[in-house]
Design a protein around this ligand. Structure first.
Ligand code: 13P
Length: 287
């Protein structure tokens, strides 16, 4: 069932667990997330970056594929189709294309411009029953070998953006996209606590879910995180399983080159990673 992310996240915040956002890249990825969520009776969010949207032939193709797959696989758990780190134009395009949730990442604008654009997109998305995530502070990450630590969000700015009526709020708390460097100092729980004190019932979003140790994930959930984004970890498990299949020469045996066989170990690996995350996040049987 395709739904906005609002209700599932409000329930998660009240119930002290988190819903996973798993980014999708193609049909196999989408099927892996949907089937695992159904099997575990868990709500789920499919994340689509603008790059992945382009790769999959546009947002409309993605929305139509997801809707059709929910129907043909008889998926009854709540599923949100969410734009990840959307630009202003990308957010508008996804609202038109049939997404049920969007993220507008205005964190690189001045706080005034972030507020102005977020306010407009809150009105546009809510008019169509679509949920919206905003971001304050930046999520670090690696680009061309340079690791940025990200900018820790200011609790007062978080409150200003939360008050615009967004449904979920991403706040930079020392989290990073991709693998964490050896010398990563960990999440800033002091900042997270200050943010949750100011924003009350607002579900908070933790980006960069790949590689955060289980105890830090649990602590973050106890401090108000209700949505956790995971992307790289599924890519790594897919790649490792596919590499193993090829290295063992399985593609050279019989019809092992058939893409439905070649991609199967990677598919199973994505399912296993998602299952592990849903169990850790506490969303199993919360559909
Ligand atoms: P990772 O790739 O580090 O899991 O981050 C995912 C994410 O935050 C997507 O917005």
């Amino acid at each position: 069932m395709l739904v906005s992310a609002k209700e599932m996240l409000d329930k998660a915040k009240a119930g002290h667990y988190a819903v996973g956002q798993f980014n999708i890249n193609n049909l196999e990825w989408t099927k892996a997330v949907l089937k695992t969520a159904q099997e575990l009776n868990s709500p789920v969010i499919l994340g689509v970056s603008e790059g992945a949207g382009k790769y999959m032939c546009g947002f409309k193709t993605v929305a139509d594929m997801v809707k059709a797959m929910i129907e043909s696989l008889n998926i009854t758990v709540p599923v949100a189709l969410h734009l990840d780190h959307g630009t202003y134009d990308g957010a508008k395009a996804c609202i038109e294309a049939g997404f049920s949730s969007i993220m507008f990442d205005g964190s690189h604008y001045s706080i005034d411009e972030n507020i102005e654009k977020t306010r407009e997109l809150v009105a546009t998305s809510h008019a169509k029953g679509i949920s919206i995530e905003a971001e304050v502070g930046s999520i670090g990450g690696e680009e061309d070998g340079v690791v940025g630590m990200g900018e820790v969000a200011d609790p007062d700015e978080c409150k200003m953006i939360a008050d615009l009526g967004v449904d979920m709020l991403a706040a930079g708390i020392g989290n990073i996209h991709g693998k964490y460097p050896e010398n990563w100092p960990g999440l800033r729980f002091d900042a997270l606590d200050a943010i949750q004190q100011k924003t009350g019932a607002m579900p908070l979003v933790l980006h960069g879910g790949t590689g955060i140790p289980a105890d830090m994930i649990k602590k973050a959930i106890s401090l108000g995180v209700s949505k956790i984004n995971v992307n790289t970890e599924c890519q790594l498990s897919f790649a490792a399983a596919t590499r193993k299949y090829i290295e063992e020469g399985k593609d050279l045996q019989g019809k092992g080159f058939d893409p439905r066989k070649l991609l199967a170990p990677g598919f199973d690996a994505i399912c296993a990673t998602i299952k592990e995350k849903m169990e850790l996040f506490g969303s199993v049987d919360k559909a």
